[in-house]
Design a protein around this ligand. Structure first.
Ligand SMILES: Cc1ncc(COP(=O)(O)O)c(C=O)c1O
Length: 383
C-alpha cells in the first residue's frame, strides 16, 4: 500500500514508558506513576449525574457543529469570571478536546508549507500535527533564564507564519505574564503571523492567575479544554475562541471534519462548570503535591528546575547524571519503580538531558515516589 510522507510522525515516547510501567505492574511490581499527564480524579460528580440524566431522557444525537449554545454561553461567562473579559459566545467553538481545536486552527490559519514557530521544550503533538498537515514546525530553543518560555529575541530573526505558545506550559509548568505575552503578540503583529495560545492548564495555577491572550488582543486563537482543570481527559471535549470573522470558516471545517464534539461530553462539560468545590478540592491536592515536589526533588539531587507556576509537572535538567534521558528513565523505572518521562518528547535537541515528573496523582503516591527517587539517587552516589 502507498504511504504518505506527512503521515510519518514521531511516536510519543511517554506511551512507551507507560507500556513499560504496565508490563512491570503485570509482573507484580508496584509502580508510582509520575509519567502520566492527566488527573487521577474522575470527572466531577455533577458532570456524571448530568450525563446519567441526559442518557435516560434523549437520543444524544449530533449537535450543531459549533457546540450546544448553552455550553458556548457558559464558556463565554467563564471569561468574565476568571479574567474579567467580556466575550461574545458566538466566538466560542466547542471542539473534540484541544487536540481537535489544533486541527481546526492549523487548517483554518495556514496553507501547506507555511511555518509555525513553537517553543522547545513544548507539547510534542503541536509538531506532529503540523507535520501531518504538511505544515512546517519551527522549533525555537527557549532559554532557562526565560524559564523555558519563548521571548521576542528568540524569534525576531526567524521567518514564520504563526506562533503557538502554551501558558502554563507542558512540560515546564511555567507561565507568560501579561507583558511577556504582549511582547510576543506585538511581534506576531509586526510579522503578520497568527498568534495561538494554548491555555489548557488554566485553572491549575499556584501563585498568580494565568493570563489569557484575550485580555490583550482579540486578534488571536485561544485553545482550551475540559481535560485538565475539569478532570475530563477521556471525554474529549475542549473549546477554542477565534476572531468574529473566523467563526463561519471554522464552522464549515468543523462540520466536515467532526460534525460535532461528543454530545454526551458536552452535556457533562456544561455541568462540570458548576462543580466548583470538587474542582477546588483537586486543586488543593495539586498544591500539596507541588510543595512536596519542590522540596523533595532537590533531596534526590534533582535541583535544576524552575518551580512550576501552573499545570502539574516539574521539568528537570539531569545533565549532571546522564546524557541519555531515555535510558535513565528506564533505570529509574526498573530500579526505583517510578515511571517518569524522558525530555525527548518535548525537545528533540536538548531532551536527552531532561526528565519530566508529573504530580497529578494522589499525595500519598507523590510522597512514596519522592522517597523512592531519593533512595535510587543515594544508591548511585548522586546525593
Ligand atoms: C499543552 C497541552 N495541550 C494540549 C493537550 C491535549 O489535550 P486534550 O486534547 O485532551 O484537550 C495536552 C495534553 O496533555 C497538553 O499538555
Amino acid at each position: 500500500m502507498r504511504n504518505s510522507r506527512r503521515g510519518a510522525v514521531d511516536p510519543f515516547i511517554v506511551m512507551d514508558v507507560m507500556e513499560a510501567a504496565r508490563q512491570a505492574e503485570e509482573g507484580g511490581r508496584h509502580i508510582i506513576h509520575m509519567e502520566v499527564g492527566q488527573p487521577g480524579t474522575a470527572a466531577p460528580q455533577g458532570a456524571r449525574d448530568a450525563l446519567a440524566g441526559a442518557m435516560s431522557q434523549g437520543a444524544l444525537g449530533y449537535t450543531v457543529a459549533l457546540g450546544i449554545p448553552e455550553l458556548r454561553t457558559r464558556i463565554a461567562q467563564l471569561y468574565g469570571e476568571w479574567y474579567d473579559v467580556d466575550l461574545n459566545p458566538s466566538r466560542v467553538i466547542v471542539t473534540p478536546g484541544s487536540s481537535g481545536a489544533f486541527l481546526l486552527a492549523f487548517t483554518a490559519l495556514f496553507d501547506a508549507g507555511e511555518k509555525v514557530a513553537i517553543g522547545a521544550p513544548g507539547y510534542p503533538s503541536y509538531r506532529q500535527i503540523l507535520k501531518a498537515l504538511s505544515l512546517q514546525p519551527l522549533d525555537v530553543q527557549t532559554a532557562p533564564e526565560n524559564r523555558l518560555q519563548p521571548v521576542p529575541d528568540d524569534l525576531r530573526a526567524l521567518d514564520f507564519d504563526g506562533l503557538m505558545v502554551a501558558s502554563p506550559a507542558n512540560p515546564t509548568g511555567t507561565m507568560l505574564d501579561a507583558p511577556a505575552m504582549g511582547a510576543l503578540i506585538d511581534l506576531c503583529r509586526e510579522k503578520n503571523a497568527a498568534f495561538i495560545s494554548d491555555e489548557i492548564y488554566h485553572g491549575i495555577e499556584y501563585e498568580a492567575k494565568a493570563v489569557t491572550a484575550l485580555e490583550l488582543t482579540d486578534d488571536c486563537y485561544v485553545i482550551n479544554s475540559f481535560s485538565k482543570y475539569f478532570s475530563m481527559t477521556g471525554w474529549r471535549v475542549g473549546w477554542m475562541v477565534v476572531p468574529e470573522d473566523h467563526v463561519r470558516k471554522i464552522e464549515r471545517l468543523a462540520q466536515n471534519m467532526f460534525i460535532c464534539a461528543s454530545h454526551a461530553s458536552q452535556v457533562a462539560a456544561l455541568a462540570a462548570m458548576e462543580c466548583h468545590d470538587e474542582l477546588e478540592a483537586n486543586m488543593a491536592v495539586y498544591r500539596a503535591n507541588r510543595d512536596l515536589m519542590i522540596s523533595g526533588l532537590p533531596k534526590a539531587g534533582f535541583d535544576k528546575f524552575a518551580p512550576p507556576d501552573g499545570a502539574f509537572y516539574v521539568y528537570v535538567d539531569v545533565s549532571a547524571f546522564t546524557q541519555d534521558s531515555r535510558a535513565f528513565a528506564g533505570e529509574i523505572l526498573a530500579e526505583a519503580g517510578v515511571a517518569v518521562t524522558p525530555g525527548l518528547d518535548f525537545d528533540p535537541v536538548r531532551g536527552h538531558q531532561t526528565l519530566r515528573f508529573s504530580y497529578a496523582r494522589s499525595t500519598a503516591d507523590i510522597e512514596d515516589g519522592l522517597a523512592r527517587l531519593q533512595r535510587f539517587m543515594a544508591a548511585r552516589g548522586f546525593v
